[in-house]
Design a protein around this ligand. Structure first.
Ligand code: GDP
Ligand code: MG
Length: 457
């Protein structure tokens, strides 16, 4: 979906004039891509109308006549905003608080990924300094506790369950009581997802809920059901008033967009997306960064979170980095460290899409290809002097009398030679560094990053 939206938008950038015809063609392509990923027809046609209305109003106002760049921005922003609307339920989810128990109960049909997601969630919060654990209250499926035991051990997360107890309510309340006593902060209760009768399942959910009084109930939904997600979440909502949703198996399912937009229509916040079978395959979800990433505009928020994850292992460094981010004072050396961090963070394809301004070619090919390209960038920085590394890159720029850059200095050539790369590659690297530093500065104020992302276009 991202690729298709991306290519549609790049047509907008290439069009010499931006008029209604171009807009119509663009919208046609975008809507086709959305429909293909199973987004509801009504939602799609409403998006088309709204974008059109916004663009037309701006065109007719005339202010932008002749200035294609402005027109492009108007169209681009309208599309961005409406896509965000499509996936934004407009409701804030519960946020676990430190220093107190936060009970999270996972519900959902068997096979949707509850147990997997519970472990990912526990690991996620644990990485962020919450003492986290899992209670296995699935007594229905044979081997359920073994699954929890194995995955929780692998994730180094505490767990509770029983091979003999058959009452899920009893296990749930025992586990939660025990972990509360032990001052755990995030206590995740995994439930069963199948019964002889649906009514039994819903009844059990209600009973467990009454016993453990969750601060947040999370519905786990499989992305492959597409827009049927709406009906399924409504059915669950009737008996358990869940406050958040996690959509799993977003990897390799063309219907993901359908599921996400269907869920948004039920006014329930999606908090995470499951994007694979491994522990780290859990992406935090928020509407704006999600769309931004989808359109190849990067995801600075997500990136900063990932970087914090890595930095967790070194709290001093993290503080220093956070400060630099806030002040918008990232040097090339900091940028290099970030790239190296990115390389240690696992699948390049995943991380790279968060980096604003990274050219699309960086994302093509296998993860090894991506890693090789990132390594090349590190080679380039290896050929820089300490002074250059600690600078903001202005050493590489020739500046005219008016303070505007007029060209590159000899340093660029030297670095290209020294690293066995080309002037173009060095230039690209500097460009990416600047974008990153700029975004970081904007992100310092947290809210500012979106405007930054839009300005970059
Ligand atoms: P439960 O019955 O709801 O507890 O579901 P499980 O957690 O046992 O997961 C069912 C299957 O889905 C397992 O094979 C998981 O590995 C797989 N799974 C869960 N989440 C994801 C995901 O985000 N992506 C992919 N590809 N597979 C997933
Ligand atoms: Mg399970």
């Amino acid at each position: 979906l991202g690729r298709k939206l991306n290519s549609a938008l790049s047509q907008l950038n290439r069009a010499p004039v931006v008029d209604e015809k171009v807009l119509d063609a663009l919208l046609k392509e975008i809507c086709a891509a959305l429909l293909e990923s199973d987004v509801n027809v009504k939602l799609v046609s409403s998006l088309r109308q709204k974008v059109k209305a916004k663009a037309k109003a701006a065109f007719e106002a005339g202010a932008d006549k002749g200035k294609e760049a402005n027109r492009r921005n108007v169209v681009h922003k309208a599309i961005f905003d409406e896509l965000v609307q499509l996936v934004d339920p407009g409701v804030e989810p519960y946020k676990p608080k430190k220093g107190q128990p936060n009970v999270i109960m996972a519900v959902g049909l068997q096979g949707n990924g509850k147990t997997t997601t519970c472990t990912k969630l526990a690991a996620y919060y644990q990485r962020r300094g919450f003492k986290s654990c899992i209670v296995c209250a699935d007594t229905f499926r044979a081997g359920a506790f073994d699954q929890t035991r194995q995955s929780a051990s692998k994730a180094k997360v505490s767990f509770f369950g029983s091979y003999t107890e058959t009452d899920p309510v009893a296990i749930a309340s025992q586990g939660v009581t025990k972990f509360k006593k032990e001052r755990f902060e995030v206590i995740i209760v995994d439930t069963s997802g199948r019964h002889r009768q649906e009514s039994e399942l819903f009844q059990e959910m209600v009973q467990i809920g009454e016993a453990v009084k969750p601060d947040m109930t999370v519905l786990v939904l499989d992305a492959s059901i597409g827009q049927a997600a709406e009906a399924q979440s409504r059915a669950f909502k009737e008996s358990s008033d869940f406050g958040a949703i996690i959509v799993t198996k977003m990897d390799g399912h063309a219907k993901g967009g359908g599921a996400i937009s269907a869920v948004a229509a039920t006014k329930t916040p999606i908090i995470f997306l499951g994007v694979g079978e491994h522990l780290a395959d859990l992406d935090k979800f928020s509407p704006q960064p999600f769309i931004s990433k989808l359109l190849g505009m990067g995801d600075v928020q997500g990136l900063m979170e990932h970087m914090q994850d890595v930095a967790m292992q070194n709290p001093e460094k993290q503080k220093e980095m956070a400060k630099k981010f806030e002040e918008g004072k990232l040097s090339i050396r900091d940028w290099k460290e970030q790239v190296q961090n990115v390389m240690s963070m696992g699948p390049i394809s995943k991380i790279a899409s968060m980096i604003p301004g990274l050219p699309a070619e960086m994302l093509e090919g296998s993860d090894e290809d991506g890693a090789r390209r990132l390594k090349r960038m590190v080679f380039i920085t290896d050929s820089m002097t300490a002074q250059e590394l600690d600078s903001d890159g202005s050493l590489f720029m020739q500046v005219g009398k008016d303070g505007k850059p007029t060209g590159l200095t000899w340093r660029v050539m030297r670095v290209a030679k020294g690293s066995g790369t080309s002037v173009r590659e060095v230039e690209e690297l500097l460009c990416q560094y600047r974008m990153m530093a700029h975004m970081a500065k904007q992100a310092g104020g947290k809210k500012g990053w979106l405007q930054a992302a839009q300005k970059m276009q």
